[in-house]
Design a protein around this ligand. Sequence first.
Ligand code: GUN
Length: 179
Amino acid sequence: MVILEKLDLLFINKMNPEDIIKLYDLKPHPEGGFYKETYRSTGVFNFSCHENSYTGPRNYSTAIYFLLTSSCKSKFHKLGSDEIWHFYLGGSVTIIQLFENGRVEKVVLGQDINNREKLQHVIPAGCWFGAYPDSETEFSFLGCTVAPGFDFKDFHLADYDLLLNKFPDHKDLISALTK
Ligand code: GUN
């Protein structure tokens, strides 16, 4: 019995990204990585088109599981709502934010909270952002929540040429996170 429990623990500790993809039925995301929506509020904001940037009704809030493996990244994109990233399992991941004024901010999500890694981070609406697992990381298992809720109509993947034209000083970063 004790040996079995130890084997179980070994198995849990050895969890790999393929296990997580299977367990949660994650699917490829257009920005890179794998995801599964876990929550979509039944309540809806009835935005009219001229009220703000939303082009119609949006759920109050949504949540997803999101997985990045060592061989993938979240490419530069922006959303119409603030998005909160939550760290769950695995190794650390660096989020890169590129603001309208050209400022770049890097944030590391991870469990080493005594070493400036964060368990949660908010990316403001309209900010270009992407992410990559850090060098020692096999996978990062995360959550992303959005309010008003996620809609692909509010999701914009960056185009290399357009972004480079806007932010010529950040060629390497833009190249790394758009291709
Ligand atoms: N649903 C589909 N894609 C996404 C995403 O990138 N973020 C969130 N929060 N929900 C999604």
